[in-house]
Design a binder for this molecule. Sequence first.
Ligand code: FEO
Length: 395
Amino acid sequence: MKRNIKNNVSWVGYIDWELQTFHGEDYTIANGSSQNAYLIEEEKTVLIDTVWAPHRFEFVENLKKEIDLHKIDYIIANHGEVDHSGALTALMDEIPDTPIYCTANAVKSLEGQYGKRGWNFHVVKTGDTLDIGGGKQLVFIEMRMLHWPDSMATYMTGDNILFSNDAFGQHFAVEELFNDKANQCLLMSEAMKYFANILHPYAALVAKKIPEIAGMGLPIDIIAPSHGVIWRENPMQIIEKYAAWADTYQENQVTVCYDTMWDGTAKIAHAIAKEISAQSPDTVVKVFNVAKADKTEVMTEIFKSRAIAVGSPTEGNDILCSVTGWLAFVKSLKFKNKKAAAFGCYGWSGESVKILKEKLTDAGFAVVEEEVKSLWNPDEEDYAKVPALVQALLA
Ligand code: FEO
């Protein structure tokens, strides 16, 4: 069922209350999500994006109830990832000659995923326009690596709507569609989680793209992303947030992350957390066992942190595999301007702290020299090293 956004623009997407993970199992979803697609019915009829493949037949059937599919003049594929292009195959089976406007890289990703089907691609680049009648135009803006090489946004003049695709989105199901109808705390927390876990590796490109869009002089009344709410009340707020988040963002927070075998490393983790609060009562402290905690939420907490402390006992001349895998995820998000410290227990060989320091350095953290390395279980001598480690992290 189409839902009006403004004038002749409607939402025709899918609200996914049941989705629990995204990007395989990497991104955990706590509050549902949506795949937003949009229908413009000016003199020309335009479909912007589709939905994820499992919902493709329902999407096409619903669209048929709203319009004769043969009335669609143009399809805009802002991004080739399957959550937005997944219904194209079913749709194009019905209207195979309809032109698809997308970037050159989107042709590669769409043909790569679905095969060469002879679709009628029209390649566009930043600044190209498409007249849709009624004095209105679509203006295309390449969003290369935000977050795929093929990503693009589409701006509609007259109604001043930026169809931003993944940028400014959230994995957040809001049946009422609009930002002013959503729980504001959840909305901003989901928007930050999405930025930290999906867009942060490309933060430098976000920082460049925002002034580029501003420089195009396009007034923005609505930002309509491909996931989550449509920003109609103060839409610039999410652009301002992105500008801040892309600029080596941090809050006064330290996050302590660990896994443990027989509780010794956990004891050090909690001693570090207590000491941070003692030395700096205004600093927010969070503690996570990374083998058990929601990894997507933990990444968001690291994004917010000025420093982290990471612990693992030594096992098999290495760190625990739960921490190895977790650190690979941390590295992939390319955090910057954050300190880190390492700690852990051991029984004989004791490599874990050294390995943690190497991996944290490799992941882009400024690793402090101070450490807590405890033989068997932490004793008074080990706990006495905690204040210096915390002091170095907070300096
Ligand atoms: Fe929402 Fe990159 O797809």
